[in-house]
Design a protein around this ligand. Sequence first.
Ligand code: HEC
Ligand code: HEC
Ligand code: HEC
Ligand code: HEC
Length: 138
Amino acid sequence: MTKRGGASVAMAVLILAVFAFGLAWAEKYETPSGEVEDSMELKHSDTFTKPKRGPVMFSHQAHHDAYGVKCDQCHHMFEDGKNVWKEGDEVNYCADCHTEPYKTVGKLLSLHQAFHKNCVTCHKATDSAPRACDECHS
Ligand code: HEC
Ligand code: HEC
Ligand code: HEC
Ligand code: HEC
């Protein structure tokens, strides 16, 4: 084999490695409301323009399939104080409605509190789920 052959084998291996990494990273999870990335990084840099903590990784597959958390425990659309969102309906970003980064206005939680009230409250009730700051925030 020539030197050039060796180089192209190395190149092919590199391309395969990058491709496999890409697949693992961009793994998709099918939901009745559309496809989501699994895992997804929660960072909302449009709302938290100067974040105090690092981003948080979240897996739909783990929460829905393995831990048995129902979609409407996290997703909602309130009408007259009642959650009318159901599986198959469109999902909006939390930040579309919880638009204030740190300030809760009336019943509408800040984005910070919306996430903590949802994620941390359930985790505190579950012995094995992460509850220390740096177990969620990288
Ligand atoms: C169960 C997971 C979880 C735990 C535990 C947790 N957080 Fe968070 N936190 C989140 C998520 C999710 C967000 C929203 C992330 C985003 O969009 O950037 C968030 C947002 C925040 C924000 C607002 C965004 C920013 O970076 O300024 C702050 C501040 C914060 N967390 C601090 C803390 C502190 C301090 C602790 C420990 C006392 C803690 N968090 C524990 C999940 C968690
Ligand atoms: C434990 C909480 C939780 C559960 C359970 C959950 N989700 Fe989510 N989902 C989230 C979070 C957090 C996001 C990211 C929202 C954001 O970034 O503002 C999200 C995002 C999505 C998105 C993408 C929205 C977009 O525009 O990109 C879809 C679609 C979705 N979820 C559908 C579902 C469906 C259907 C189920 C049930 C099979 C489900 N989710 C279960 C928390 C959850
Ligand atoms: C379509 C707008 C909208 C979206 C999208 C939305 N919220 Fe809310 N959320 C509201 C409103 C309005 C309330 C206040 C409801 C009330 O008490 O009347 C609320 C209340 C809450 C509450 C307190 C009530 C409860 O269920 O415990 C939490 C926690 C919360 N939201 C978290 C989230 C998270 C996390 C996301 C994203 C996964 C999200 N919200 C997406 C509008 C929205
Ligand atoms: C209704 C309950 C519930 C809600 C809401 C919830 N979780 Fe969890 N979460 C769990 C349980 C149960 C586990 C697994 C504990 C175990 O390992 O036995 C877990 C584990 C985790 C883990 C570590 C293991 C893994 O699968 O990655 C992370 C990170 C995590 N959750 C992030 C989040 C974030 C971020 C949110 C909010 C967007 C959230 N969770 C909302 C119940 C919940």
